[in-house]
Design a protein around this ligand. Structure first.
Ligand code: 5AD
Ligand code: SF4
Length: 442
């Protein structure tokens, strides 16, 4: 690689889950702290960080095509951006990327991005740099303090996964479960609130596996809820096995904890769940949801589903449809099974043909969309709070979230960060129209 001027401007492009969004924000803060400027929208940046996702599809292929596009745009403009590949593809396929894509200057894994500035310096000197070290403890301590936050902010409290579901790459790309220290999290939450956050979503691959000695996840939620200017707390993603009585009780006891639960189930068939190594069955999952509903009757439920896991029969798929009917999800994510290199399921017998997966996914999504609309329709007439997150498309229109994570549009006097009371007036498949009643907290 040639020597090049150190980059002055940067852009971080995050793909995939909310934890990547959080990491992308922290990378941007780190680069800004070192004197780089975020490139304005529509302008080429000197440094582009592709913060990648490896969970499904041909994620690596997407990275190579993004790299190709950046190089082409650079050539046309007579410049050569520094390209960094971060995130889970970097972790899983770092060496291969370095070998296949000579235009990539550096590769950095999700647990090593605090070292970006030194790596960038090396690349500017004409070297190439790769760092996919795993231990997460060093990263958070090395990152700069958070400075700005929107009304709704993310806070990663836990990383990694020890569950080893047979289809999933996360235990390999994000490593073993680790919990960030309680005192660091309280401090970061406090700083986020000082910086403008009114809602904090606690993040983790298995967020409810968070613990520190005797302190459980529910105690962390309650401690953060004590911050006076914080109005709302959410968390995602939970694992059925890590649900405690305390967490269920927190939904009854802690008014700032929003009535929403994202609890992936993946399948409604016990045989498939076993082959997935999910360590819960369909009935156990349903009983768990009943307990959440007993604690918080209006709780909105969300889940993740995979169709076409190796060996899934039509009858087993129909069990998933039956589970969906039994739950009545407020929203959900559903995916076609995608074989991930290195995972046990990738080499299992009975890989399901693409057309079958397509057809099952369509049927599942039709059921989930029907339930989402039904949930929204059942909300019409309710009064609830909305945290205003941004302006709507029409003048005088605002957009925020209801306690049940529905997007709500309304018109009237408000500003970003306000907590207002609205009456939900009309239901659409993906959003609600609300009528502004009053401002609760500005
Ligand atoms: N194929 C399809 N979906 C997957 N997920 C994880 N791994 C795979 C895979 N190999 C889905 C699961 C998980 C969500 C984050 O992504 O539903 O809960
Ligand atoms: Fe992947 Fe299963 Fe861990 Fe979720 S619980 S991250 S699906 S291995």
């Amino acid at each position: 690689m040639r020597q090049s001027a150190p980059p002055q401007t940067f852009r971080v492009k995050s793909f995939g889950c909310q934890m990547n969004v959080y990491d992308g924000e922290r990378m941007a803060e780190l680069l800004a702290d070192k004197g780089l400027r975020a490139a304005p929208e529509g302008e080429e940046a000197d440094l582009v960080v592709l913060n990648t996702c490896h969970i499904r599809e041909k994620a690596a292929e997407k990275v190579y095509s993004d790299i190709g596009r950046l190089v082409k745009a650079g050539n046309e403009a007579g410049r050569k951006p520094m390209i960094a590949v971060a995130g889970c593809v970097a972790q899983a396929e770092g060496e291969e990327i370095m070998a296949r894509a000579p235009d990539v200057g550096l590769v950095v894994g999700p647990q090593a991005y605090h070292r970006l500035p030194e790596m960038i310096e090396r690349v500017a000197k004409g070297e190439r740099a790769a760092d996919t070290d795993m231990p997460a403890d060093a990263k958070f301590a090395a990152l700069p303090k958070r400075r700005r936050a929107g009304p709704s902010a993310f806070l990663t409290i836990q990383e990694g996964c020890d569950k080893f579901c047979t289809y999933c790459v996360v235990p390999y790309t994000r490593g073993a479960e680790i919990s960030r220290p309680f005192s660091d999290l309280l401090r970061e939450a406090e700083i986020l609130v000082e910086a403008g956050a009114r809602e904090i979503t606690l993040l983790g691959q298995n967020v409810n596996a968070w613990s520190e000695g005797e302190i459980g996840f529910d105690a962390l939620i309650k401690a953060i809820a004590r911050l006076p200017d914080l109005q709302r707390i959410r968390y995602t993603t939970s694992h059925p096995n890590d649900v405690t009585d305390g967490l269920i009780r927190a939904h009854a006891e802690e008014p700032k904890l929003m009535p929403f639960l994202h609890l992936p189930v993946q399948s409604g068939s016990d045989r498939v769940l076993k082959a997935m190594n999910r360590s819960h069955d369909a009935d156990g999952y349903l009983r768990l949801l009943d307990r959440f509903r007993a604690a918080r009757p209006d709780i909105a439920l969300s889940g993740d589903f995979i169709v076409g896991f190796p060996g899934e029969t039509e009858a087993e798929f129909e069990e998933t449809l039956r589970l969906v009917d039994a739950v009545g999800y407020a929203q959900a994510f559903s995916f076609k099974y995608s074989p991930r290199p290195g995972t046990p399921a990738a080499t299992m017998d009975g890989q399901v043909p693409r057309e079958v997966m397509d057809e099952r996914l369509q049927r599942l999504q039709a059921a989930l969309n029907r339930d989402q609309l039904a949930f929204n329709e059942a909300s019409v007439g309710k009064r609830c709070t909305v945290l205003v997150e941004r302006k709507g498309k029409k003048p005088g229109q605002w957009l925020g979230k209801s306690p049940w994570l529905q997007s709500v549009f309304f018109e009237g006097e408000a500003t970003i960060g306000d907590l207002v009371e609205v009456e939900l007036a009309e239901a659409g498949p993906n959003s609600m129209a609300g009528r502004l009643l009053e401002t609760i907290a500005a």
